[in-house]
Structure formats: structure tokens, C-alpha cells
Design a protein around this ligand. Structure first.
Ligand code: C2E
Ligand code: CA
Ligand code: CA
Length: 396
């Protein structure tokens, strides 16, 4: 028997509502969310309902809601959720019992998605939640300008997250944001199938805005779930660096999401930079002055001169994965990786090796005293839910 058919949530935190809705719906439950206690109390509750109730809301507190539910002889199962201390929660639990309400559990906030899933599935092994395997990505989907316009309008782009670890400590320090298109007919479309077309038709800003807004919203979750120092690395098209208002726009996004610019690293590919170099210089300098981190991506592929590194205030150098992957097969690649690490250190830049697929490469990078790394060996890009469930704060 399933714990319930319907989940009814009352919470004033819309991010929490969205997350619980998404996880619950993927587990096959019908979900109704409320952020207003009056509207919530006018819901017609039944035996098949599971209520998730926030104990602290600005307008009316959870204890009052419990009292109202008890007055109406509510028979639904009730889960309490609270960010408050244990004493307050224990008092609410005792009260629910005294009121003969069917209290079945309590979650402390920030809620652990794995625990929530386990709770939902306690009475039955349901399908796993939020996992969109990479194999579901279709190869080379043909997309048109019109398709992209529609997808921007309906916000079909979502951020995936790939974990980044410190090599010295094995600790998770951040995530790279990688765009995916949840296409209604083609499934999950990878960025190489739509970013170049979007850039060609001047639509890239629409996608960037969606990815920025969604990922900065998610960053609060990631910080709560992992630790408050988590950073996000976001890929920015060099075309955006032609827009003189881009630094202010970035600053506005951060303000709206209460994120500090120092927690956001903007990745710009080396080859694209070479094309747009004159206009980008000023924009990059202003972004840096506002506190954003700046990363030169796919380093080694763009034939940039060393003076570019000197002119642009980059804070991070990302060694292209083609060199990292071939470190053991090709001595030139090994030399390039080694040189990039030394160069970044001399220029006071953080160095990240991407495309780490094996333990051997991981160990070799560690011996070369590379600072950070990411790659399939440490974790593939994944949805927010999957990231919250599966990524470890330390490399095991
Ligand atoms: P990138 O910035 O170089 O991102 C790294 C790519 O390498 C990602 O491909 C990632 O999934 C893949 N990868 C990571 N670790 C490994 C590994 O160990 N082995 C292998 N073989 N691959 C690995 P993805 O997600 O398909 O992205 C492709 C490119 O699309 C990105 O390359 C980036 O340039 C661009 N892109 C992604 N999201 C955005 C975005 O929001 N805006 C812009 N402008 N470009 C984006
Ligand atoms: Ca990148
Ligand atoms: Ca890269």
C-alpha cells in the first residue's frame, strides 16, 4: 500500500514547494501546493491525503493550522516540516498527538531529498526520482530557430550540475552548470545541438537568462544541502560580452537571488574570446570589478597568446579535457597539462582539470599539484534532484 495518493503541502517557501512537488510527482503522487494557510484550510481533505505542513510561516503558524485541522476532525496523514530547533518541533508533535491528528513523521529543513524519497517509498519500492540518465540524451537533434524561440518562451531549458572537487582535500567546492533542453518530442537535448544554433540566430541571451535564473535559485539549495561556500561555474557565450550592460545584468541576477558575485564564476571559452577580444576586454574587467570569478575555458585549444592572460583579469584556468584525457597516451598532452598548472600558479590563477575519467589521471593530477578537477570519474552532470541525492561532499 502506498502511503497516500495525494500530497498537499503548505509552506511559504516556494523553492521548497517546487522541489517537493517535483520529487513527489516523479514518484507518482498527485500534488497540491499552497503558500496561503486560508486557502490550504479550505482544501477538502480525505483519507488518501498526506499533508506536509510548515511549522513557521509569517501569517499564521503551523500550530494554529494543526488546531484548525483538528477542529475539522482531519483524518489525513500529517508530516511536519521545520527549520526550528528540536524543542519547538517536539512540542508541535506532542500537540498533534493530543489533538488526535494522524502525525506520521517530521522532517527538519533543509530537507534531505534521499530521506524524503525513502519515506514516500517506505511501503512500496517505487521508481527512483529525478534521475535522467545520460543515455536518454538523443544524438544530434535537428533544431530550428523557431524551435529555440518557442523553447525560450516556455522555459524548456534546465541546468544540469557537474561536481567539482579539490584535489588536495577531496572536498566538493562547487558545480559547473551545463544547459540541457527538455524537448517535448526529443527528450533531453545536449548543448552542442542547440547552443551554436542559438548563437547563430542571436538567441543565446534568452537561454543564458533562463539558465542563470534557474541555477542561481538552485544555488541556495545547493549551499543549504552541501555547504555555504559552494560556488557555481556558469558558461557564458562570448557574444554576451558584446553587450555593454552585461555586467549590470549579472549583478542584478545576483541581487535578485541574494547570491554574492564571488560565488559565481563565469566561464568563457578561449577560442570564442579570441574572436571577440576587443569588445570583451572592458566587459570582463567590469565583471571582475563587481566580484565575479572569470574562467578561461578549454584552455589550450584557442591558440591565445600569453599576453591575453596578462590583459584579462582571469581568476581561473580550465585545462581542456582533450589534454587531460590523453595524459597517459601522449607525452605532449602530459607536458601541456603540467605547463598549464605551472602557468596558472605563476599567474595566481586557480587551475581546474576537466574530463577526469580515471583514477590514474586523478592521481597524476594530484602529483602535479593541480588544485581542482571535475569529470565522469568524480560525477557526471545531473539534474538538481539527482545532485542533491547522489553527490557526496567528500570524494570517497
Ligand atoms: P564545456 O564548458 O567544456 O563543458 C564540459 C563538457 O564536458 C560538458 O559537455 C560535460 O558534460 C563534458 N564532460 C564533463 N566531464 C567529462 C568527462 O570526464 N569525459 C567526457 N568525455 N566529457 C566530460 P556538455 O554538457 O555536452 O556541454 C558541452 C558544451 O556546451 C560545454 O562545454 C559548453 O561550452 C557548452 N555549454 C553548456 N551549457 C552552456 C550554457 O548554459 N551556455 C553556453 N553559452 N554554453 C554552454
Ligand atoms: Ca565550461
Ligand atoms: Ca571546457
Amino acid at each position: 500500500m502506498r502511503i497516500a495518493e495525494n500530497i498537499v503541502i503548505l509552506d511559504d517557501d516556494y523553492q521548497f514547494l517546487n522541489l517537493i512537488r517535483s520529487v513527489s510527482e516523479k514518484s507518482g503522487f498527485r500534488v497540491q501546493t499552497y503558500d496561503n494557510p486560508r486557502e490550504f484550510l479550505s482544501h477538502e481533505f480525505g483519507l488518501d491525503d498526506l499533508i506536509i505542513l510548515d511549522l513557521s510561516m509569517p501569517e499564521i503558524d503551523g500550530i494554529e493550522v494543526l488546531r484548525e485541522l483538528s477542529k475539522h476532525h482531519n483524518v489525513s496523514k500529517i508530516v511536519l516540516s521545520s527549520g526550528q530547533d528540536k524543542g519547538v518541533v517536539k512540542a508541535a508533535e506532542d500537540l498533534a498527538k493530543a489533538m488526535h491528528l494522524n502525525h506520521v513523521g517530521t522532517f527538519s529543513k533543509p530537507i534531505k531529498i534521499s530521506e524524503y524519497k525513502a519515506f514516500l517509498n517506505e511501503s512500496e519500492h517505487l521508481n527512483t526520482v529525478g534521475e535522467i540518465p545520460d543515455s536518454s540524451i538523443e544524438k544530434a537533434t535537428i533544431v530550428s530557430e523557431e524551435d529555440i524561440c518557442k523553447a525560450i518562451y516556455t522555459e524548456q531549458f534546465i541546468p544540469f550540475y557537474q561536481p567539482q572537487y579539490s584535489l588536495a582535500t577531496g572536498k566538493l567546492y562547487g558545480f559547473e552548470v551545463l544547459a540541457r533542453w527538455m524537448h517535448p518530442d526529443h527528450g533531453l537535448v545536449p548543448p552542442n545541438d542547440f547552443i551554436p544554433i542559438a548563437e547563430q540566430h542571436n538567441l543565446i541571451n534568452g537561454i543564458t537568462d533562463i539558465i542563470l535564473s534557474k541555477s542561481l535559485t538552485d544555488l541556495t539549495f545547493l549551499k543549504n544541502h552541501f555547504n555555504s561556500t559552494i560556488t557555481l561555474s556558469i558558461n557564458i557565450s562570448a557574444l554576451s560580452l558584446n553587450d555593454p550592460c552585461f555586467p549590470e545584468k549579472m549583478e542584478g541576477f545576483c541581487l535578485n537571488h541574494q547570491i554574492e558575485p564571488k560565488d559565481v564564476i563565469l566561464e568563457i571559452t578561449e577560442s570564442a574570446l579570441m574572436r571577440e577580444v576587443t569588445t570583451s576586454l572592458e566587459i570582463l574587467a567590469r565583471l571582475r570589478m563587481k566580484g565575479f570569478g572569470l574562467s578561461i575555458d578549454d584552455f589550450g585549444t584557442g591558440y591565445s597568446s600569453l599576453s591575453l592572460l596578462h590583459k584579462i583579469p582571469f581568476t581561473e584556468l580550465k585545462i581542456d579535457r582533450s589534454f587531460v584525457q590523453d595524459m597517459f597516451r601522449d607525452s605532449d598532452c602530459h607536458a601541456i597539462v603540467e605547463t598549464c598548472i605551472v602557468l596558472a600558479k605563476k599567474l595566481n590563477m586557480t587551475v581546474v582539470a576537466e574530463g577526469v575519467e580515471t583514477q590514474d589521471v586523478f592521481n597524476a593530477l594530484s602529483d602535479l599539484e593541480c588544485e581542482h578537477c571535475q569529470g565522469y570519474y568524480l560525477g557526471k552532470p545531473a539534474s538538481l534532484e539527482q545532485t542533491l541525492c547522489e553527490v557526496g561532499e567528500n570524494r570517497e
